[in-house]
Design a protein around this ligand. Structure first.
Ligand code: GUN
Ligand code: ZN
Length: 648
């Protein structure tokens, strides 16, 4: 069984631990390609100098060379390459793409990889080109699935990577992914994408990745085969790729080209080296140009590796900080084709899929980078919830729209709000869309940094949403407010704090959740230092606490009991096997392998109710996974338990 566990996450990207017999690999990971015939940089150096955690080599090349084959069979592929870390092998499929047919039996090459002790071997999938006809692509997919099914019987102790093919046909990619996911495969490469990358068809590449991911079991590692250029790493990771392999470092070096985070440079074309890696710090462009080809090749390969691994580190940090999508957008500004790829992801079906994996809130503020920002999954979610969950019609019959101000909006507009009768809603026409004034502290409204002037697309999206939001209400202009204030008999009674609690509850837990959580006498306890709402008591029970960091609630067990009574199964629930009841009642975390059902509405970092198969409430916790993941992962924590249900 693959031991693969999510440690941190952002967008559909993730930092995972992948356990092999030769060690644990942290993803996203870049596997440098080692050519057993000509090693430029040894695997040991790859590990010690560049901190590669895993390498990849080609079993077909080893198999075809008698000397290498015999040594590998006798001593193992690790000894052959002088590397005792995790090692993956490819099968010869790529050679079939480059040189035409390969002369090997698909089962034979899998057995060979197993026998030489590869940690992750690969099936001989059928490389399918982007311009292949649908009919031919379908045939290749059938053959690939058939080979996967057969190969699995012979994998032994080795993890087997079963490649997803399907050319650029999205339905076919998804179907191939679904079929392969049904088999006992351990690792999913996405194949046939090298031509897309070579021609910078990133739009197609993005669709290929996302449609493959939509069909794949989310609990196993995904590898983007042949992707070695860091330009596409952030996007690929954000869409859920965990592994990359690079022969690009050597190929580009051989062609006197330098990989840069934003593209590739030809050494001839510049006088200064715009890089601070050890190679570029020690040498001038002139020195590199004039040294021997052999020496230069080695140094350029080193530079290419430094840059590529550096980009992987940036991505990991961005996942931890929760700003991976920002990194993706920033990259897109350096390559117009990447911009096209981002545009493709704005299709509704993709946004919906991406939103499933997006955590509820993030550690850092959301930064605007351009017209793509308004389409981010987290903002898409805010917009959806505003219409599905926020009680637009319950309290209000009139709306006054106020322009965006300094934050927090409610403080800036305090004078306006205080003078208004309760029936009038105050809505900020913000650069993220309409914001009812009481939601101004909720992530990502307060935690977003926008320029004074945004692009036209953002303006038009916000304008449309505002129009939809105002539909059915009487609109009051800000100038007319004194008139309404005079008419009000309820002047000064408006309780913004209570509105904030009600509306945030609905946005976070679902429409009408306030009816469960806020009954009888309500007490709001505020922080003495900041004046912000902290703890909420309803009929003397502490039901929820507001977090200062994201303006969202932590659910207390008393609140959980109420939501449990109020919402029908499976809403807000993570259902665990009855046999874990004692374990959870003891305060232990929920492991994925014990989850039998889960509310499809739960998202990573959502507060959730932990129940047994008879829907008895065991505890309250914070989910780390969405439903798809909880039901597929057999390893790792699904819910962090916070408070157990001690019956009174
Ligand atoms: N290397 C690059 N692309 C591919 C692919 O589609 N299949 C395999 N097996 N290896 C590759
Ligand atoms: Zn450099």
């Amino acid at each position: 069984m693959v031991e693969f566990e999510i440690k941190y996450r952002d967008c559909a990207g993730r930092i995972c631990k992948f356990k092999t017999k030769h060690g644990i690999v942290e993803t996203p990971a870049l596997l440098p390609v080692i050519n057993p015939n000509k090693t430029i940089i040894t695997p040991r150096e790859m590990m010690n100098r560049f901190h590669a955690e895993m390498i990849i080599t080609n079993s077909y090349i080893i198999y075809k060379n008698r000397e290498l084959r015999e040594k590998a069979l006798a001593e193992g592929v690790h000894r052959l390459l002088g590397f005792d870390g995790p090692l993956m092998t490819d099968s010869g499929t790529f050679q079939s793409y480059v040189y035409g047919e390969v002369n090997i039996d698909p089962i034979e090459i899998v057995k060979f990889q197993r026998d030489i002790g590869s940690d992750v071997g690969t099936i001989l999938d059928v490389f399918t080109l982007p311009d292949e006809t649908l009919e031919s692509a379908e045939e290749n997919v059938e053959e690939t699935i058939k080979r996967a099914r057969e190969s699995i019987k012979f994998k032994g102790e080795m993890f087997l990577a079963c490649t997803i093919q399907g050319s650029v046909y999205q339905k076919l990619r998804e179907r191939c992914a679904r079929e392969i996911s049904k088999l006992d495969s351990d690792f999913y490469p996405i194949g046939g994408v090298v031509p897309l990358m070579e021609n910078q068809q990133y739009e197609k590449l993005a669709e290929v990745i996302i449609s493959s991911k939509m069909g794949l079991d989310p609990s196993k590692p995904v590898h983007l085969f042949g992707a070695g250029h860091p330009l596409i790493f952030p996007l690929a990771v954000a869409l859920g790729c965990d592994f990359f392999d690079s022969s690009a470092y050597a190929k580009y070096a051989d062609d006197d080209r330098l990989i840069m985070p934003w593209g590739t440079l030809k050494l001839d074309e510049f006088d200064e080296l715009p890089c601070t890696c050890p190679v570029c710090s020690k040498h001038t462009a002139r020195e590199l140009k004039t040294m021997s080809k052999k020496e230069r090749f080695r140094l350029l390969a080193e530079h290419n590796l430094y840059v590529s691994f550096g980009e992987i580190k940036k991505i990991r940090q961005a996942i931890k900080d929760g700003n991976l999508w920002e990194l993706v957008e920033r990259k897109a500004t350096s390559n117009p084709y990447l911009m096209d790829a981002l545009r493709v992801l704005e299709k509704r079906k993709y946004k919906k899929w991406l939103e499933l994996f997006e955590p509820i809130s993030k550690k850092r503020a959301l930064f605007y980078t351009g017209r793509h920002t308004i389409h981010r999954p987290i903002i898409y979610r805010y917009h959806n919830r505003l219409f599905d969950r926020y009680k637009r019609k319950n309290y209000y019959d009139k709306i006054v729209v106020v322009p965006e101000s300094r934050k927090p909006f409610s403080r800036y507009y305090k004078h306006v709000i205080q003078r208004l009768p309760n029936k009038i809603n105050v809505v900020v026409d913000s650069k993220l869309g309409p914001v009812p004034i009481e939601l101004d502290e909720m992530y990502p409204i307060a935690q977003s940094i926008m320029p004074n002037e945004v692009d036209n697309e953002t303006k038009s999206v916000c304008k449309k949403l505002l129009r939809k939001f105002l539909d059915g209400f009487e609109i009051i202009s800000i100038e007319d407010l004194p008139k309404y204030t005079d008419l009000s008999g309820e002047k000064g009674k408006r309780d913004l704090d209570l509105r904030r609690v009600v509306s945030t509850i609905c946005m976070q837990f679902g429409k009408d959740a306030d009816m469960a959580l806020l009954k009888g006498k309500i007490e709001l306890i505020k922080s003495k230092s900041t004046g912000k709402i902290r703890n909420i008591y309803s009929d003397k029970e502490h039901v929820i606490s507001m977090r200062a960091s994201d303006g969202l609630f932590t659910l207390k067990i008393a609140g959980a009991r109420r939501l449990h009574r109020f919402f029908n199964y499976p809403q807000l629930r993570v259902v665990v096997r009855n046999e874990c009841r004692e374990f959870i009642l003891d305060g232990k975390n929920v492991f994925s392998k014990f989850v039998v059902e889960c509310d499809p509405g739960l998202r990573p970092l959502d507060e959730c109710l932990i129940v047994d198969e008879n829907d008895r409430l065991l505890a309250v916790g914070r989910s780390l996974l969405n439903r798809l993941e909880m039901l597929s992962f057999n390893y790792g924590v699904a819910v962090k338990t916070r408070e157990k249900n001690l019956k009174k």
